[in-house]
Every structure is written in C-alpha cells, then in structure tokens.
Design a protein around this ligand. Structure first.
Ligand SMILES: NC(=O)C1=CN([C@@H]2O[C@H](COP(=O)(O)OP(=O)(O)OC[C@H]3O[C@@H](n4cnc5c(N)ncnc54)[C@H](O)[C@@H]3O)[C@@H](O)[C@H]2O)C=CC1
Ligand SMILES: C[C@H](CCCC(C)(C)O)[C@H]1CC[C@H]2[C@@H]3[C@H](O)CC4=CC(=O)CC[C@]4(C)[C@H]3CC[C@]12C
Length: 342
C-alpha cells in the first residue's frame, strides 16, 4: 500500500521475524525496499532498523487467542516489543509513530456487554483477562503516553493508535480454517452463534490504507492527531461473525446450516471449557489449539460494532476499497486457496 499510494516514499524498510518470498516482488520498483529479519523483543535490532526513518508503522504483534503461546511470550512481543519501538524512535530521532492497536483494547469485555455501533467516545467498561487484549491495551497505553516525548535532536514524538475491528481479506488464516472445516463437513458449516449478534469487520486493504494516511498526515496535523486513537473501519456490513464469513464462503460452495444455533449456548460453553482442559492435558504431548474456547466463544457471541467518522474528520479517511471490491477480492483469494488445496 505504501509503494502504491505514497508518492513521497523514498525507502521502505520491512522489519519482521519472518521474511516471506513475496517481499522480493516489492523490490522491483523505483523505491528502495529493505527487508530486515529481526525480533521486536530485541531492542538493539529494533533501534538499528529504525535509525534514520521518518515514520515508523508498528504493526508487528503476536495474535494468539487460542492458547498456542504462553501469556509471557505474548506480553514480551506485544508490550516489550512496543516499548522497544518507542525507545528506538526516541534514541534515533524518529518523530512519527503509528501503532496498530485493536478493537480488543476496548472490548468485548469479560462481562460480555454489547458495544453497539459505538465510537471512540462511547463509554464502555474495558476490562480484560485474556493475555492478548491485556497486552494490546498496555502497548497502546505506552504509545499514547509517549506522545510528546523529546526524541534525539529535541523535537517531540508524535504518536497515534489505530484500532482495527476483526480484519478479513487475503491471507486470513481463520477464514482458511473455516473453509477447510466446511469442506471436511461435506460443504456445510453449522451455525453456533445467533444471527442477531453483530461483529465488526474491516477489509485488510482499508486497514493498510488508513495506516498510510495516518503516516502521511501525522506531521502536518500533529496537534490534532498526536496521542489520539482511531477505530479502523470501512463500509463492510454489520453481521454476525458466521454470517459475515458466509459472504465469502457461500460463493465458494459452502452452506451455513440453521437459522438459529444448532447447539444451546450452555453446551457450547461446556465444550469450550472441555477444550481448555484437553489443551492442558495434551500439552506435554502435542499442541491442541481449537477455534472454540471460552474466550473465542465470548468474542463471537458478543455484539461489538463501531460507527464513527473520527478518522474522516481528522485526516480525511475514506475507504479505498468498497464493500463490493473487498468482497470480490476476498472471494477470489478463498477460491485460490481452494485451487491450491486440490
Ligand atoms: N487479525 C485481526 O483481526 C486484527 C489484528 N490486529 C493487529 O494487527 C497487527 C497484525 O496482525 P495480523 O496481521 O492479524 O497478524 P499476523 O500474525 O499475520 O502478523 C503479525 C506479524 O508480526 C510479526 N511478528 C510476530 N512476532 C514478532 C517479533 N517478535 N518480531 C518481529 N515481528 C514479529 C509476524 O511475523 C507477522 O508478520 C497485530 O498488531 C494485531 O494485534 C488488530 C485488530 C484485528
Ligand atoms: C475464532 C472466533 C470465531 C469462532 C467461533 C466459534 C468457535 C463459535 O465458531 C473469532 C470470533 C471473533 C474473532 C476475533 C475478533 O475478530 C477480534 C480480534 C481482534 C484482534 O486484534 C485479533 C483477532 C481477534 C481476536 C479475532 C480472533 C478470532 C475470533 C475470536
């Protein structure tokens, strides 16, 4: 997105634990693309990568709500990693920092209270217990508190945080898992969540576009945007998690069975708890990390949708991809997954 949309771009540095072969394709244009294999938990590696950069977009993170990694590792990557990025900016004189936060910093909370088409000012009791939202909330707080700190050279650091709702689009691993699950079940998925529970979703291209706009505008609108949070949204329809996925999986041949959940909620909760027990029992032998656990069930079963225009008012954000385009691109990607699976 930066290469396509940012005419001022002179160099793009990509810092990641895993560098994919797709990065090579980015190196064929006029802009210098530097791929750096590194770990955000290693302060010296981060500082070396950041030195001389005008803007840092910090999106690296450990996204795990399935119990694959320990809470300590999630904290180390998401919180200490963010601390390292902030310190790298301060020490090397980089003034603009954009952080990919998450809607999870707000909710759904542990009480399962609905957040219905709320905005950045909607009151909500943000209380977390799970390591992932806890880590994102702490990291976001660090980023916002760092706004105004003096960087090398004496000028103030300008920071802001973007909070995407559930991201979908090309490369969406969970969508791929649901697709394969549906194929295994003879082209069917079974409704587990009431259709009335709305879940916020945003297309990956629009998430990237919002980051580019913020990176571009942060310098000129530092007083307005510095220390601010923005929900990251687009015109994707408000639907339940499962009905939304069917927008893509339906055209790829899957069917969602049931107009109402086929299993009662208490049974799902029991199965989710059983999965936690199995995960614990099997841990010495293998990693058992199914999609269903008490946390993911609560997430999917609690309305959380945003309706805001703060990003439009502050930096002129309009989604780059319409809903129709986002849908078409995602369907094409699932179809390609299907092709590669055969
Ligand atoms: N997937 C979603 O629905 C949402 C994701 N987010 C946030 O967006 C960001 C990107 O998430 P996704 O693309 O979903 O996840 P992802 O796992 O696809 O991407 C995370 C990237 O961070 C890199 N990374 C992980 N640990 C690292 C380390 N120690 N050092 C350097 N790089 C490391 C990974 O290699 C990967 O390329 C994360 O910060 C996540 O918290 C926010 C809202 C929703
Ligand atoms: C995996 C969940 C759906 C399974 C439901 C079941 C087992 C009943 O079929 C996903 C439901 C909601 C998702 C999360 C949500 O979109 C918000 C997120 C934000 C992030 O920052 C990271 C990802 C995620 C936690 C996302 C993860 C999958 C769900 C829990």
């Amino acid at each position: 997105m930066l290469l396509q949309q940012e005419p001022q771009l002179r160099e793009l540095r990509i810092f990641d634990l895993h560098l994919g072969p797709w990065l090579e394709e980015l190196k064929t244009g006029p802009v210098q693309v530097t791929a750096i294999q590194g770990d955000v938990t290693q302060a010296h590696e981060v500082a070396a990568a950041v030195a001389g950069a005008h803007v840092v977009i910090h999106t690296a993170g450990l996204v795990d709500v399935f119990g694959k990694t320990s809470p300590e590792t999630i904290h180390e990557v998401n919180v200490q990693g963010t601390r390292n990025v902030i310190e790298a900016c301060v020490q090397t004189g980089t003034r603009f920092l954009v952080y990919t936060s998450s809607m999870e910093v707000v909710g759904p909370n542990i009480k399962g209270q609905p957040f219905y088409r709320g905005n950045e000012n909607t009151p909500y009791e943000a209380v977390h217990r799970h390591p992932y939202p806890c880590s994102k909330a702490l990291a976001e707080q660090l980023v916002l508190e760092a706004n105004g700190r003096k960087v090398l050279g004496g000028l103030p650091l300008v920071t802001c945080a973007l909070r995407p709702t559930g991201i979908y689009g090309e490369g969406h691993q969970i969508m791929r898992d649901f697709y394969h699950q549906g194929l295994r079940l003879g082209g069917r998925l079974f409704r587990a969540i009431p259709a009335s529970v709305e879940h916020g979703r945003v297309y990956v291209g629009n998430v990237a576009w919002m980051h580019v706009l913020v990176a571009r505008e942060l310098e000129h609108r530092a007083a307005l945007m510095g220390g601010q949070v923005y929900f990251c949204y687009d015109n994707s329809p408000y639907k339940s998690y499962e009905d939304f996925n069917m927008e893509f999986l339906g055209p790829c041949g899957l069917r969602l069975v049931g107009t109402r959940p086929l299993l009662p909620y208490w049974l799902l909760l029991f199965l989710a708890a059983l999965n936690v027990l199995l995960q614990w029992l099997l841990r010495p032998l293998l990693l058992y990390a199914p999609l269903l656990n008490p946390y993911t069930l609560a997430m999917a079963n609690t309305t959380f949708t945003v309706s805001t225009d703060k990003a439009r008012r502050h930096f002129g954000y309009e989604p780059l991809f319409s809903w129709e385009e986002s849908r078409t691109r995602t369907i094409r990607w699932v179809q390609a997954v299907e092709g590669s699976a055969q």
